[in-house]
Design a protein around this ligand. Structure first.
Ligand SMILES: N[C@@H](CCC(=O)N[C@@H](CS)C(=O)NCC(=O)O)C(=O)O
Length: 258
């Protein structure tokens, strides 16, 4: 899409962002959970064009466009989707449980996101390829040997022994925890089931949820496919790829690298 305006209200929702981002993954899983139709513009934020800067002032993904509404930030998008499309709820009922769910989601987005994305996935998978920067192995070892184990110890105390955090159905909080740890897995780190058995089993149950498994199925189209073949590869696994894109060819350094 060369310009975000004008927006056709009859169009399907548009998600801007690569399905390899944990925050995009959370939103796609939520859309699948709710059975909502969407189109995807699978850009990496570093390849966003000038229109992307207008759409996303922090140049971050995901962005949701629903009719003439633009929503930024996965947590805000998730809350919007739950309010606007409540048939299949993603948050538990009741103020206390909703507060707990939001806190787990925030912890996952912030702390697990920092560790798994900026501490592992970015330096090991993105930076060497996109920005030709070698990984800092000392910093990575601190994440895998100290910081992630502390985070997993905290999660292990809260991990449900059966089902999900708020009963039999997966919630946005469960999905939010699994999503950044998926990026850690792509970067080569998974929680040891001998040390964190409850967490490992819980993550396994989330991974088996069709709404989540479907998003994981999109990843080879990005990670194992050259840029020019990604659109067709995504379409081959059932993604409706948006005709126009907020992407460009030349990467811009992330604010994290400036
Ligand atoms: N709090 C935001 C975080 C989004 C975020 O950091 N996305 C990453 C991709 S995984 C991004 O766009 N990073 C680009 C940058 O920070 O320059 C959310 O939940 O949507």
């Amino acid at each position: 899409m060369s310009s975000p305006e004008p927006i056709n209200k009859d169009q399907a929702m548009l998600i801007v962002g690569s399905p390899v981002s944990p925050y995009v993954r959370k939103i796609l899983a939520l859309l699948h959970l709710k059975g909502l139709d969407y189109e995807l513009d699978p850009i990496t934020p570093f390849y966003g064009n000038d229109e992307f800067s207008k759409l996303s002032p922090l140049r971050r993904i995901p962005v949701l466009i629903d009719g003439d509404l633009v929503v930024n930030d996965s947590t805000v998008i998730a809350e919007y989707l739950d309010e606007a499309y409540p048939d299949v709820p993603a948050l538990p009922k009741g103020a206390r449980e909703r507060a707990q769910a939001r806190w787990i989601e925030e912890y996952a987005d912030s702390r697990l996101g920092d560790l798994c994305v900026w501490g592992l996935f970015f330096p090991k998978v993105v930076a060497p390829h996109v920005f030709k920067r070698p990984p800092d192995e000392t910093a990575i070892a601190k994440v895998t040997d100290t910081d992630l184990p502390v985070a997993l110890d905290w999660l292990e105390e809260r991990a449900p022994t059966v089902g999900f955090l708020f009963g039999d159905t997966v919630s946005v909080a469960d999905l939010a925890v699994a999503c950044p740890l998926r990026n850690a897995a792509i970067a080569g780190w998974t929680p040891d089931p001998a040390r964190w058995p409850k967490s490992a089993a819980w993550l396994g149950r989330i991974a088996a949820q069709p709404c989540y498994a479907r998003t994981i199925g999109f990843e080879p189209a990005i990670l194992a496919t050259r840029a020019e073949g990604r659109r067709a590869a995504l379409e081959a696994v059932g993604v409706k790829v948006a005709e126009q894109s907020f992407g460009t060819d030349a990467p811009r350094a992330s604010i994290m690298l400036r």
